[in-house]
Design a protein around this ligand. Structure first.
Ligand code: ACO
Length: 352
């Protein structure tokens, strides 16, 4: 019997302000001619007044069908039926409460338990894969409780909201042309529901390797603080830093390895996938992965041209755009892939 975690709603939100490459050329030494061929990025959305919570809540409300503009598999979803909110983010509004808890309050998910995840640009995959594992564990717990005629021993989880939200513009060093051109702000969300009669997520894969050379790094702003008993860290650097070429090398191999492992676990081939929704770090990375896998690049959703890199929200935004554009139909297989700081990477395969 097929059973699994099915995506029943999807949404996204981008800040109103659009920043062009020419505008960036007015603050750092760069040009549209340099940026577009190397990255595929034409514009990105940069929050002016929107907070990470505003963006996350808007994406979530669209995924629930409370606000228009999202994709719903069947119908609108009552926020009170959400059992858990998982928020992959690098830029929460507060250290606590969690960003997930702030979004819970905003959307009225009054029965949800909440936590954030720090896994950089793999948030799309780490978030949905973890949600899938928890939904499966809860289903097994409920089944054994029912067989034994007792109540479940763990929280009952039937619906989980995964909402990745980022205000990366606050982590960016706006004097560093090698990074400030790449990133944007935004949020993406999915609602996942456990079904006893559908496949949903077929397989997932997550990995973490040591970033010994610090190719992707951002110190916490805390390290700049002295206390009465200790000095501030002298080398504290609370801005995003990246060794571009090393990251490019890691990203291309990690994306292909992750997708191939998830496909193998799912017992399908790349040709069976109707659409890939990869992390949007760089159009060249996506093109390279498509070529390496012998797949037409048209089957890889590209949002980067107008969003830039929105970290863990990127692939959820790409997936939402594919769903709302009608590129994925019920029964199609899709694959999401991510890679980023940590160094993290992963992929998951699911039936729409
Ligand atoms: N405009 C103009 N010139 C620039 C810019 C810019 N915005 N940025 C760098 N340059 C210059 C450099 O200073 C260098 O000049 P030099 O040779 O005089 O020193 C030259 O361009 C080449 O620099 P490289 O860093 O070698 O440029 P490269 O061709 O590697 O492209 C890029 C840089 C686009 C960042 C590329 O390395 C890349 O895409 N890396 C992967 C990025 C990525 O995916 N990051 C992921 C982000 S985090 C995440 O998603 C997990």
């Amino acid at each position: 019997m097929a059973l699994g975690s099915v995506i029943i709603g999807s949404g996204m939100a981008l800040p109103a302000q659009v920043v062009t490459n020419d505008e960036l050329g007015q603050i750092v030494d760069t040009t549209d001619e340099w940026i577009v061929p190397r990255t595929g990025i034409h514009t990105r959305h940069i929050a002016e007044h929107e907070t990470a919570t505003d963006l996350g809540a808007a994406a979530a409300l669209r995924a629930l069908g409370v606000q228009e503009g999202g994709w719903l598999r069947e119908g609108a979803i009552d926020p009170a039926t959400i059992d858990m909110v998982i928020c992959p983010t690098l830029t929460p509004e507060a250290h606590f409460p969690s960003e997930a808890a702030l979004i819970r309050e905003r959307i009225g998910a009054v029965n949800a338990v909440c936590f954030d995840m720090s896994c950089a640009c793999s948030g799309c995959v780490y978030g949905t894969s973890t949600a899938d594992m928890l939904l499966a564990a809860s289903a097994a717990d409920r089944a054994s409780a029912e067989a034994a005629g007792r109540t479940p021993r763990r929280n009952v989880l039937r619906r989980i909201l995964v909402v990745a939200t980022e205000r990366l513009s606050r982590l960016v060093d706006w004097t560093d042309r090698s990074t400030c051109i790449l990133f944007g702000d935004g949020a993406g969300a999915v609602v996942m529901e456990w079904r006893e009669d559908e496949e949903g997520m077929l397989a997932s894969y997550m990995e973490n390797t040591d970033d010994t050379d610090h190719v992707l790094w951002c110190d916490s702003a805390f390290c700049a603080r002295a206390t009465p008993f200790s000095p501030a860290r002298e080398d504290c650097d609370p801005y995003m830093r990246m060794a571009g070429q090393a990251v490019f090398k890691f990203a291309t191999s990690a994306m292909v390895r992750s997708i191939e492992t998830a496909l193998e676990r799912a017992g399908v081939t790349a040709a069976d996938i109707a659409l890939f929704a990869p992390h949007q770090a760089n159009e060249r990375i996506i093109r390279y992965a498509a070529k390496k896998m012998g797949q037409p690049v048209e089957r890889f959703q590209m949002s980067i041209g107008h969003t830039g890199n929105v970290s863990g929200a990127s692939a959820l935004i790409a997936l939402n755009e594919a769903l709302t554009e009608g590129k994925l139909q019920r029964g199609d297989l899709a694959c999401m892939a991510g890679f980023g700081g940590g160094l993290t990477a992963g992929a998951c395969v699911f039936r729409i």
